[in-house]
Ligand binder design. Structure first.
Ligand SMILES: [Zn+2]
Length: 342
C-alpha cells in the first residue's frame, strides 16, 4: 500500500538533471604579475587585468566549442584571488597554441597547466552550486528545480493512488483531480476510470477512459452554459493524474495533449511506458507541453549495506571505482558504509 514506508514518492527527472559533476581536462594559462618596470607609463591601473583582457581578446579567435559554452573563461582562484586563470582549450597531449597565443604566453612567461572543469552545464541550482566548485560556470537554466513534495502533498497523492487502486479492482486505474482553490495538497477528483480493453475497444486504457470522462464533463459544462466547447479548451489543464500503472506511449501522448500538470504512478512499464519506462514524453523539448512525473519508488535491502533503502544504483566511474547510490545526492563508495536515507 502507498505510504506504508516501503516506498517513497520521487520525481522522475531526465538523468542530466540529477547527474553528479563530470570533469574535463583543459589547458589553462595563469596570467603573470608584471614587475612595475615592465609596465608602460599609461598603465596606472591593474596591469594584470589588462594582460588578462589582452589574452581573452586573443582567444576570441578560438572560442570554446558549443558543448563547453557553459564555462566562464576567466577565474580568480579562491586560494589566491589576486591570480587570474584563463581557459585555453581542451587538454591534449600535444598542446600547440596558435601563433599569436604562443607569442603571448612566451612574451609574458605565462605558465600553462591542466585544470579540471565541469563537462556539462548545470540544469538545477543544486548542480550549479556543486559544479561551480570546480570552475565557474554560467547560470544557464537554473529556473528548473525538482518539485517540492511536503508530507501533506505526499499523503494527498497516496490517497489518490488508493482511489485509483480501488477503481482498478486489481487491474489498471486512473484518477484525474484538480487542486482545490488556494490549496496545495487538497484535491477534487474529477474523473476515475479503469482499463477496460476489449475486442471492440482495444484502446480503452485507464488513462484514455479517464480523459474520455473529462471530455464528457467538459461537454456537459458547455451545454449547461449553452455554448459550444472551444477547441483550445484543453481537457486537463491544471490537473494532476494518479495511476496505478505507468501510462503507455499512447496514453502519455494523450496526457501531453490534454495539458496535465503532474502525473504520478506506481508500476513501471519498461516495455511500453511513455513516462520514463520505455521513453520519456513528459520532458520532450520538441512537444509543446511538458509536465512533471512522480513515481512511487520501492525500497529494497541495499546490496552493499544492511539498510532497507532505495534500490542502489551502481555506477563505475572513470577510475574504475564502484559507487553505490541510495538516492540522487547520496553517492558513496561501496567500500564505505552506505548512508541511510532519512
Ligand atoms: Zn495506454
Amino acid at each position: 500500500m502507498a505510504g506504508d514506508g516501503a516506498e517513497e514518492l520521487v520525481e522522475l527527472l531526465p538523468p542530466e538533471f540529477t547527474r553528479e559533476v563530470e570533469l574535463a581536462a583543459f589547458h589553462c594559462a595563469t596570467v603573470p604579475k608584471l614587475a612595475s618596470s615592465e609596465l608602460p607609463m599609461e598603465w596606472s591601473f591593474d596591469a594584470r587585468e589588462v594582460l588578462c583582457g589582452e589574452l581573452v581578446k586573443l582567444l576570441q579567435k578560438e572560442p570554446l566549442s558549443t558543448e563547453f559554452q557553459h564555462l566562464i573563461r576567466v577565474r580568480k582562484p579562491s586560494d589566491d584571488p589576486e591570480q587570474r586563470q584563463v581557459l585555453l582549450s581542451l587538454a591534449t597531449s600535444d598542446f600547440a597554441p596558435f601563433a599569436d597565443l604562443g607569442k603571448f604566453l612566451q612574451k609574458h612567461g605565462a605558465p600553462v597547466e591542466t585544470v579540471h572543469v565541469p563537462r556539462h552545464g548545470a540544469l538545477t541550482p543544486t548542480q550549479l552550486q556543486s559544479f561551480s566548485r570546480h570552475w565557474p560556470i554560467k547560470n544557464l537554466k537554473s529556473s528548473f528545480e525538482p518539485l517540492k513534495l511536503p508530507e501533506d502533498l505526499r499523503k494527498a497523492y497516496g490517497e489518490l493512488l488508493r482511489q485509483a487502486e480501488e477503481v482498478a479492482g486489481g487491474g489498471s486505474g486512473c484518477i484525474i483531480a484538480r487542486r482545490k482553490e488556494g490549496r496545495q495538497a487538497e484535491f477534487e477528483v474529477l474523473a476515475a476510470a479503469k482499463s477496460e480493453v476489449s475486442e471492440a475497444e482495444p484502446l480503452r486504457h485507464a488513462a484514455m477512459a479517464a480523459i474520455g470522462a473529462m471530455a464528457v464533463r467538459a461537454k456537459a459544462a458547455a451545454d449547461a452554459q449553452k455554448r459550444p466547447r472551444e477547441e483550445e479548451e484543453y481537457l486537463c489543464c491544471d490537473c494532476d493524474v494518479v495511476l496505478t500503472h505507468e501510462p503507455c506511449v499512447m496514453c502519455a501522448m494523450a496526457l501531453v495533449h490534454s495539458r496535465v500538470r503532474v502525473v504520478a504512478f506506481r508500476e513501471v512499464d519498461s516495455d511500453f511506458g511513455g513516462l520514463g519506462g520505455a521513453i520519456s514524453l513528459h520532458q520532450c523539448p520538441s512537444l509543446n507541453h511538458q509536465f512533471r512525473v512522480l513515481r512511487w519508488e520501492k525500497f529494497e535491502p541495499c546490496g552493499v549495506c544492511h539498510y532497507q533503502t532505495r534500490r542502489p544504483i551502481l555506477t563505475i566511474d572513470k577510475g574504475a571505482r564502484e559507487f553505490s547510490s541510495h538516492g540522487r545526492d547520496a553517492l558513496v563508495k561501496s567500500t564505505e558504509p552506505c548512508r541511510m536515507e532519512d
